[in-house]
Design a protein. Structure first.
Length: 628
């Protein structure tokens, strides 16, 4: 799979907090955009005279912004949809133009927002002002019009280069989907190496563009009071950027023992397959052997690491192919899960406007995404669906975004976002955790539910390769970007820093030497050229188990967490709907409390879910040297 975050979701203006973010600028900043000029405060008034309340002005300001922003977001969403589903010079230019206008408006609005700091301002208005100031998408633009134009151009161009990327030998070219077919399924070391190197080559031309992009976006971030773009990204979690950094670290400390056990076991199995000279004991795993172009999820190497060969396992891909599923039928299956919970059917326009297949006649961005282009329940997905288990899960993931849009589209635009961005990413995944063997049997996709301990461990291994393997990857992408944005990592060290983090967190290494400045391997991952923050996926991997546990409790489930499916349980659906409908209107701990009863992100439910596998892994790894 691949995928992205649609502009629509991206436009999901980040959530905010009353305490996060830098101090407001001391003086009102003159806005360039006439539309957002608020009534000037009487700054010449005697300091000792009581200041007139800003409450009414502030409210009028956010109300006006809401309408004006909506029009600009819709214009940009339309242009982005056109570009994403048909990459040409013209669509790239149109998208860049629309985003430039949106960025110009946002810059003015954010500066104006910082001038309202009266404690009398009502809570909703305060929250909107805060949300404006922590918006990550579009990136903050410098006020110099030439620089802003260039920033918008770079954004469109980088995503276009990634979308059109191909590895060619002579005149024979392979696109990402074809290269992924090799990486996901081949067991030939050299074939895997060729596909891996081929894809990573597409990023080489992105390096200078990315460097320029970083400079301009940082300039924009500084103008609105942040040290750099990374600090702005970290400001959108209802706590200070420094607190958020610690929070992500705390969660990583909670889950890293799970990852270390999985890594140890998988490394041993890969050494059996490819030899200890290629997969060294106590060393790093070569990144091209893990069944995924970015080594982020490893479910495709399940046959190499199956705990109990011959015992029950789940081959959903085979079942889907056998039952002659096509793209639409896969999406209908996803929708039917949501409607079984009592959520609404997708609108008719979803089926007319979505892109489910890779078109043969034009270039598109295949990375999956979910949209509400017109912000009026104009739901769509864009995906180059393959008939396999991975894409079935991705379809649920995307529909999770769509259902969030559906339940909050009547809110003011500034509240049309997840409680935080990790919530948005976790909804569909939480639902997909209910795709249990019992549920698949109910659908007639499999005949038997694995009933014994061996079958359970096999199943949990499949899940762990998807969920646990991802955790360090989810964490390190932004670790790299935060350092790039802050200047801690100089442009001459982009690749060195990238592989240092890949080694530190994931315990993996590039298959061949990848020196700077020749290579730019971070750029071969969609979210870097598309500038989509990534910590959201790390948070989502953990949150989805919290949601799952809470929804299972609402559904009356009493057995082990890994056996729960909420299919058909409207009590769970009611809880979910209530949280979705909040959008970003409240700080995220409130939304979390509404669904789970706790205000803290916590990996305990994930650890509980994988309890049986964890015990088994620890046994298996007893004779091995773990770590790297
Ligand atoms: O990008 C995505 C989604 C779209 S928001 C398909 N994901 C990340 C990725 O592909 O790298 C979902 C899992 C992580
Ligand atoms: Zn997503």
């Amino acid at each position: 799979m691949s995928r992205t975050f649609p502009l629509a979701a991206l436009i999901a203006l980040a959530s905010l907090a009353t305490c996060g973010g830098p101090e407001p600028a001391k003086k009102p900043v003159k806005t360039e955009t006439k539309k957002v000029e608020a009534k000037k405060e009487d700054t010449k008034a005697d300091d000792k005279a009581p200041k007139p309340s800003q409450a009414a002005d502030a409210k009028a300001f956010v109300d006006r912004v809401d309408g004006e922003l909506r029009a600009l977001i819709v214009a940009s969403g339309k242009a982005e949809w056109d570009k994403n589903t048909n990459i040409t010079d013209a669509t790239e230019k149109a998208a860049a133009d629309a985003n430039e206008k949106l960025m110009e408006y946002m810059a003015g609005a954010i500066k104006q927002a910082t001038t309202y700091n009266d404690p009398d301002i009502d809570p909703d208005t305060k929250r909107k002002l805060h949300l404006l100031r922590v918006t990550a998408s579009p990136p903050p633009a410098p006020s110099d019009p030439d620089k802003r134009k260039r920033l918008a151009e770079l954004g469109a161009k980088m995503e276009g280069i990634y979308g059109k990327g191909k590895a060619c030998e002579g005149t024979k070219c392979k696109d990402l989907g074809q290269l992924e077919d090799i990486i996901n399924n081949s067991r030939s070391y050299d074939e895997l190496l060729a596909a891996w190197t081929g894809w990573h080559q597409i990023a080489v031309e992105l390096r200078p563009l990315y460097q320029e992009f970083v400079g301009l976006a940082n300039e924009g971030a500084k103008e609105i009071g942040y040290k750099d773009l990374g600090e702005l990204w970290r400001a959108s979690y209802d706590m200070s950027p420094a607190e958020f950094e610690q929070e992500a670290e705390r969660l990583w400390t909670q889950v890293s023992p799970l990852y270390n056990q999985l890594h140890c076991y998988v490394r041993g199995k890969l050494a059996d397959k490819y030899g200890k000279d290629r997969v060294p004991e106590a060393g790093l795993i070569p990144a091209h052997l893990l069944g995924n172009m970015w080594a982020q999820e490893w479910a495709n190497i399940y046959p190499l690491v199956e705990p109990f060969p011959g015992a029950a396992s789940l081959d959903v891909t085979k079942a889907l192919v056998k039952a002659k599923y096509d793209e639409i039928k896969m999406v209908k299956l996803g929708e039917s899960f949501f409607t079984s919970l009592g959520l609404d059917p997708l609108p008719a326009t979803f089926w007319e406007r979505s892109m489910f297949q890779k078109p043969k006649d034009r270039e598109v961005v295949c990375h999956a995404s979910a949209w509400d282009v017109e912000l009026n329940d104009d739901l769509r997905i864009k995906m180059c669906i393959k008939i396999n288990q991975e894409d079935l899960v991705t379809i649920h993931h995307e529909l999770g975004h769509n259902y969030y849009y559906h339940y909050y589209y009547t809110l003011p635009v500034l509240f049309q976002a997840g409680a935080h961005d990790g919530f948005h990413e976790a909804i569909g995944d939480a639902i997909a955790l209910s795709i249990t063997p019992a549920y698949l049997k109910q659908l007639g996709l499999i005949k038997d539910v694995p009933a014994d301990e061996k079958g359970l461990i096999n199943l949990q291994m499949q899940d762990a390769l998807e969920k646990i393997a991802f955790l360090p990857f989810g964490k390190l992408i932004d670790q790299w970007r935060w350092d790039v944005f802050s200047g801690k990592t100089a442009p001459e060290k982009y690749n060195e820093a990238w592989w240092a983090l890949r080694a530190k967190y994931q315990g993996i290494a590039p298959p061949t030497s990848r020196p700077d400045p020749e290579f730019f391997d971070a750029g071969a991952k969609y979210h870097i050229p598309a500038n989509v923050p990534y910590t959201r996926y790390f948070l989502a991997r953990i949150l989805q188990f919290q949601f799952h546990k809470a929804l299972c409790a609402a559904a009356g489930h009493t057995g082990p967490l890994h056996e729960c499916s909420i299919y058909g349980k409207t009590a769970a659906g009611d809880k979910l709907k209530a949280m979705l409908a909040l959008g970003a209107s409240k700080p995220w701990p409130e939304a979390l409390e509404a669904i789970t009863g706790t205000r803290q992100m916590d990996a305990a439910p994930m650890i509980e879910y994988f309890g049986p596998l964890l015990g088994w892994l620890e046994e298996q790894n007893k004779g091995r040297t773990c770590g790297w």
